[in-house]
Ligand binder design. Structure first.
Ligand SMILES: Cc1cc2nc3c(=O)[nH]c(=O)nc-3n(C[C@H](O)[C@H](O)[C@H](O)COP(=O)(O)O)c2cc1C
Length: 365
């Protein structure tokens, strides 16, 4: 099918080399991940506050989240019994290891982990068939994780996801780096911006090849961030990657788990509405400037409850509670919500089906 080569990660083969990026809270759950897997890609469920619909979420968020992991995977498998389905688990999550172990127990095909370096991930999946892929943003972070896994666990990643400065959600760059790269300004020509990061991607491919040679197998490299159409996919393929990870483009699909108000916010957004903001996670994030973001910084919010979502968070010092802001988004309370998005969210003009998006990305229409 199609003109692109399938994506192979260990014994897993996706007939279309498209990984759907994990999106929390409640944006990529079973419906989206199942649909992407069914269409031949890799569907990824985000574990970020995955249990927000459970009746006991307010009292015991972690218990609700761990319970929801198995349920969401089961529902996704009902949509796509043969497809490849995994989880995105952020390293910054409090009790990260528990989430990984639960995902493995549920039978995840793959775990993709970023928002920090997943230094101990191999230990938590040991003895299982679950494949593991760290998310890196630079040659330096790729080197650190490959070296650590090699030394400590004598393993190499099953795949490496490279997330660039145009991605959505939390970004592995400083605010200064983001403006240096010109990701949000028009004063630097677009091609220059892309060329700049292309060099980093090529450096990561070269590094990953060294570890692939050492372990005697191919390690696929998957790039993410600002990949929106077939041309973007082809550009990445020309750099020598094995697959791409796409998130923003999937938000405005029928199958996406986000409420309609969230999808509409993408359709309504203009380029200048997409901004870089600081998050309690301690990393910059990209989001739509809405009434909520306009108030951030101007008002000190009352944080009357801690959901204990992050390993490191001081409720007295943060600009807002990230769980509350993201759960509001997932519940359709958009004016009180943090609306994460990638740099291309403004390109959405309509609601599409996952199948149509997959075909378009692969140049099959
Ligand atoms: C709404 C939204 C939520 C996201 N949530 C997460 C998340 O929970 N964990 C994570 O590692 N990445 C998260 N991301 C990043 C995506 O998985 C993906 O790598 C990135 O957005 C790709 O760029 P694109 O959106 O331009 O396609 C999120 C992105 C978006 C747009």
């Amino acid at each position: 099918m199609g003109i692109l080569k399938p994506l192979k990660i260990g014994e897993l083969t996706a007939r279309r080399p498209i990984v759907q990026g994990g999106m929390g809270v409640g944006i990529s759950l079973s419906s989206l991940a199942g649909a992407v897997a069914k269409a031949g890609g890799i569907g990824i469920i985000s574990t970020a506050q995955i249990g927000f619909r459970e009746p006991d979420f307010e009292e015991d968020a972690q218990g609700a989240n761990l319970r929801a992991i198995g349920r969401e995977l089961k529902k996704a498998r009902e949509i796509s019994p043969e497809g490849i389905i995994g989880f995105n688990i952020m390293v910054a999550t409090r009790n990260y290891a528990e989430y990984v172990k639960e995902a493995v127990k549920a039978g995840a095909d793959i775990i993709i982990s970023g928002a920090g370096l997943p230094v101990n991930l191999p230990e938590y999946v040991k003895g299982s068939k679950t494949r593991i892929a760290p998310i890196v943003s630079s040659v330096k972070s790729a080197m650190v994780i490959c070296k650590m896994w090699d030394r400590k666990y004598h393993v190499a990643p099953d795949a490496v996801v490279v997330e660039g400065p145009l991605a959505g959600g939390h970004l592995g760059f400083s605010v200064e780096q983001l403006s240096e790269l010109g990701a949000d300004t028009d004063d630097v020509p677009k091609t220059y911006r892309r060329d700049e990061y292309d060099k980093e991607v090529k450096g990561i491919i070269a590094l990953v090849k060294e570890y692939a040679a050492k372990y005697g197998r191919h390690i696929p490299v998957i790039t993410a961030g600002g990949i929106y159409d077939h041309q973007d996919v082809m550009h990445q393929m020309e750099l020598g990657v094995d697959g791409v990870q796409v998130a923003t483009r999937f938000v405005t699909t029928e199958e996406c788990d986000a409420p309609m108000a969230y999808k509409q916010a993408y359709i309504d957004a203009k380029k200048e509405d997409i901004v870089i903001t600081k998050s309690p996670v301690g990393m910059p994030g990209r989001a739509i400037k809405n009434p909520f973001l306009r108030r951030v910084g101007a008002e000190k919010p009352v944080i009357d409850k801690c959901y204990k979502c992050l390993e490191k968070c001081n409720p007295a010092a943060i600009p807002y509670c990230i769980t509350k802001a993201l759960v509001n988004a997932a519940r359709g309370n958009e004016d009180e919500a943090l609306l994460f998005c990638g740099s291309n969210a403004y390109r959405a003009t309509k609601i599409e089906t996952v199948d149509a998006v997959m075909r378009e990305l692969c140049g099959e229409c």
